[in-house]
Unconditional design. Structure first.
Lengths: 379, 379
């Protein structure tokens, strides 16, 4: 370990307490010594993704949160509804480090050549969590060396969103679909998927909720944009699905009727001109729910025949399924497009302590489209 | 064509009229001459299965039905709700013959040896519909010769329920599950599945709604029976799922929360003793909806992690997937068990005209557990 390194690092932790509250704080934890194949990264930038919020907030009622302690060591406390408390039973009393991905400079490395080769380099990292910290030790397997001169901030979001966008496209190919419907399509991920589909000439039907989101996507080259709050939503989605032959959807909303509406439109598109079929069309229609912007129940009207499926979709099991070689190929594709197809933008930058102000917390907990926070732990 | 055959046959038809009503009647249609590989069957017995009701009733409000015409030629008229009328747009004005399966005596045969071989034999038949008729012409491919001396009534239900029960078990094997949860488990199909699983030593968790249905299944040898209306339903289902390692369910109910509850119990069983997992267990949990006893929306609470799927399941596409050779193997299994594992029982027998009385119509439209109608067209 280099002499210039501190003995401890600040680490953002989420703790579910027995009194039915979540407590967010900054803990001093020991800076670990890298194992042979590990490197120690001084984290310079780590995004707050929707997929971090489940672990961070534990389903707490953020609007009832309070903050105490000094400004540089805030302690946030927020109550947990009964259902959230039941779901979190397994983590009561265990402080959890948070943060799925980030980027920074390698300041120490294990003895393996692959680890040594990264010393002094700026790398992106994902895997194992705990990136909301000043220092984080990770295996070189989970590191992506950034091109020389690229700042850490450009690589901070190089894993979750890019690999999810690629995972959506690969799932389409693996399951023999030819086009994709995507909801919450104006999100950072949605805009990325739009760029990816444009570059790979894959028809993409973007479902959004607001006129300005339609504008945003159209100005980014999207051909099919449907507004779910418009009176003609079902007709416009059916037309887009018919035109693209989309029989696969990725839904980040989860709750409510949107998934059901998509299946209904796909079924209507499949039946155009085909007369009556007693059990509906034979075309298999699939929706994967990969997010939960609406945490309410999913309601399926089942007016879309019998050839349909809905299921959960998660990046990690998908990557396990495709295997290391394919993951490597996708990672290279990401590396080549970090400032173009796979670029992320942030609306707010905060320090570790800044992430634990009530204003910031309420803002990123809302998961508002277009708003994205970046934590700068070492700034 | 043998001289003794009539020129016309009575055929039960369902017609969706432009005035938003369904009309059920008996039509005189020409008795067809069998093609080379076809046989003409004098239908002696044909069951009314839940899977016939969609085509027959077209979603009509049977409680508001009226009947006119002479007793031997009743004409039933029942109004269609708006949603049903929209769904039936493709069949307005086209009379549809009804009846998925039946059995009877081959009274004429085409020139092919396979057809000639069945002349005078009692056969079960399925495929193409229209079995609610005095005479029906079908390809020999869709015929199953009954053992010598077996009456037609014993073979009337030799296809839909037996092949569905076998299809459920085959799906379990094909998708690498080791046990099955089945809802509406006291139905004719449910009892059959119970016998099949007992004989093949497959753990089956039977979900029913009433204490007497629990009794029925336990007295038929069922080990796991859970009553969805009992206060301890979730606990008892979780325990049964844990003990059997069931990660697959076949649900005939469709609407409401039952499918969601099953997934919740499977997830709870998977997580017992495994502590907190942020995205839930990695065990894939699957529910197939193959019926619609509750036609209301399916509500998914999504408190069962991300490794789950729900989808429609239908016998015909399943059979297409497994192919002719495998179908043949399953058909032989059915033939060998027609009076044991695959036996059906009927609570009511009616003529073609008797199926079109309001009392009968309301009774079989209700799909009450344990009640099953058999049409005897030639009696």
């Amino acid at each position: 370990m280099a002499a210039s390194l501190p003995a401890t690092t600040l680490q953002l932790q989420s703790l579910v307490r027995p009194d039915q509250a979540v407590q967010l704080s900054l803990a001093d934890v020991e800076v670990p010594e890298p194992g042979p194949t590990e490197v120690l990264i001084r984290i310079e930038a780590a995004p707050i993704n929707p997929s971090d919020l489940g672990l961070l907030l534990a389903g707490a009622d953020v609007s009832a949160g309070t903050v105490s302690g000094p400004a540089e060591r805030p302690v946030v406390t927020a109550p947990l509804p009964d259902a959230a408390m039941r779901a979190m039973a397994g983590r009561v009393g265990t402080p959890m480090p948070v943060g799925n991905e980030g980027a920074g400079v390698v300041v120490a490395a294990g003895s393996a050549p692959a680890a040594q080769a990264l010393l002094g380099k700026t790398v992106a990292a994902a895997g194992g969590g705990g990136m909301y910290a000043q220092y984080r030790c990770v295996d070189v397997l989970f590191c992506l060396e950034l091109p020389a001169g690229m700042p850490a901030v450009d690589g901070a979001s190089s894993f979750v969103n890019p690999m999810t966008a690629l995972g959506i496209v690969e799932t389409m190919r693996l399951e023999n679909h030819v086009a994709i419907v995507h909801t919450a399509a104006a999100s950072n991920l949605g805009q990325m998927l739009n760029r990816l589909c444009l570059s790979e000439q894959i028809p993409l039907v973007n479902v959004v909720r607001r006129p300005e989101q339609e504008e945003l996507l159209r100005s980014a080259g999207a051909t099919y944009v449907c507004n779910s709050t418009a009176p003609d939503f079902m007709a416009s989605l059916t037309a887009a699905v018919k035109e693209t032959s989309a029989t696969l959807a990725f839904d980040a909303v989860g709750g409510g009727r949107l998934a059901s509406q998509i299946l209904t439109c796909m079924e209507a598109a499949a039946n155009v001109g085909n007369g009556y079929s007693r059990y509906g069309s034979a075309v298999h229609k699939q929706v994967y729910i990969y997010g939960s912007l609406d945490r309410g129940p999913t309601e399926l009207t089942r007016n879309f025949g019998m050839a349909w499926g809905i299921g959960g979709w998660l990046l990690t099991p998908f990557l396990q399924k495709i295997g290391l070689e394919e993951i490597g190929r996708l990672r290279s594709q990401v590396a080549a497009g970090l400032t173009t197809t796979f670029a992320s933008t942030y609306t707010d930058e905060v320090s570790l302590a800044g992430a634990l102000t009530l204003d910031a917390l309420k803002a990123y907990a809302r998961q508002a489209t277009g708003q994205k926070y970046l934590i700068r732990p070492s700034v």
